[in-house]
Write a protein that binds this ligand. Structure first.
Ligand SMILES: Nc1ncnc2c1ncn2[C@@H]1O[C@H](COP(=O)(O)OP(=O)(O)OP(=O)(O)O)[C@@H](O)[C@H]1O
Length: 333
């Protein structure tokens, strides 16, 4: 997607909120937008999402977009499940599939009990879960999140974090605004700031947070087809792997990828859905860079990744959703 000389002002004589925004947003990217209150972040996100048009310039190549607005219109005459099913159909899903996805997302957010509740009677947090679910359920190519984590409980924030990583791993683009600088720290591919109506690149590439770097990491040993190599993310045709793992040769012809635990699910998914897919030989907890901890201390992490020991004494890691379970891996040479 490309923004060429994009400007926006409200009213014919209103001040320019955004001026001459020039931006190329690649696929498979996570982009963070920052700025002070009233700087124009939401204005920019509405342009990204296609629900508002630029006053000047143009936007081209926008993938199918879904948007979580800063304020969700809760007073619509639907139940939670009815609204999600309706939105699923608008996004192009057939009726039964839309209903199935609606139920699945309500369950993932722990809101199944509110499926039949009218939107107007939902609590603020549950209403926000519905707002987020409506954007996620159609697996959009472009996901635009305007402070979408605000009001969600901790479990739901984790669900959204993982859903964002999955979108990017699936080749989608996610653009988000959040006032918490730790949100998705270490995962963003680029960070921009809206200031005086201009969009300024603050940081490109790995946007790391000390807590993520020092936090639990995971080593994935994987085997690819002969001659194939994981993308490094360094070249123009090689988008970065989720979590930007450190890549090194592993034992027995495998490749060893070390990644912050927060991104291990997304990385595994990317490897398993690569063409041809990679075979995952082992997934183990890595000691943090500064110290070698007792494995018991990393037996659980806040990202929903659960660790259990196998006969070899290694810590195997299982996602609750089994996206990286490869039952044939042990049988392969
Ligand atoms: N529909 C509108 N009509 C008129 N002015 C608007 C409209 N939407 C936004 N503005 C103005 O545009 C400017 C940027 O607003 P915007 O909501 O994009 O900022 P923001 O960076 O998202 O702010 P916040 O961090 O407070 O959410 C503000 O001066 C705001 O008053």
């Amino acid at each position: 997607m490309r923004l060429d000389g994009v400007g926006r002002r409200y009213g014919v004589r209103g001040p320019w909120v955004l001026r001459d925004v020039q931006l190329e947003v690649p696929a498979r990217a996570l982009v963070r937008i920052e700025g002070t209150n009233g700087s124009g972040k939401s204005t920019l996100l509405r342009l990204f999402a296609g629900i508002d048009r630029p006053t000047a310039g143009r936007i081209t190549g926008r993938p199918r977009a879904a948007y979580v607005p800063e304020r969700f219109p809760a007073a619509l005459p639907f139940t939670a499940a009815g609204y999600l099913t309706h939105l699923g159909r608008i996004h192009g899903l057939r009726g039964p599939e839309a209903a199935r996805q609606a139920d699945a997302w309500l369950e993932r957010f722990g809101a199944t009990g509110h499926a039949g509740t009218p939107l107007a009677r939902l609590s603020k947090g549950t209403s926000q879960k519905v707002a987020v679910a409506q954007a996620l359920l159609a697996e959009p190519g472009l996901l635009v999140l305007d402070e979408a984590w605000t009001g969600l409980d901790q479990g739901a924030r984790g669900v959204l974090d993982r859903a964002v990583a999955e979108r990017v791993a699936d080749g989608g683009t996610v653009v988000f605004v959040d006032h918490d600088p730790r949100r998705l720290a270490g995962a963003a591919d680029a960070r921009y700031r809206v200031t005086d109506g201009r969009l300024v690149l603050e940081e490109r590439g790995r946007v790391e947070d000390a807590a993520v770097v020092a936090g639990p990491r995971v080593i994935i040993e994987a085997q690819g087809a002969p001659g194939s190599a994981p993308r490094s993310g360094d070249g123009p045709d090689s988008p970065p792997l989720p979590g930007r793992p450190t890549i090194a040769p592993g034992p027995d012809g495998t490749t060893r990828l070390t990644v912050p635990a927060a991104h291990s699910d997304a990385l595994l998914r990317a490897l398993l859905t690569a063409r041809p897919p990679w075979h995952i030989r082992s997934v183990t907890a890595a000691p943090p860079p500064a110290a070698v901890p007792d494995a018991a201390h990393i037996a659980h992490d806040p990202h929903g990744v659960h660790h259990a020991r196998d006969e070899s004494g290694r810590d195997n890691i299982h996602s609750g959703r089994n996206i990286h379970h490869d039952p044939g891996a042990e049988a392969r040479p």
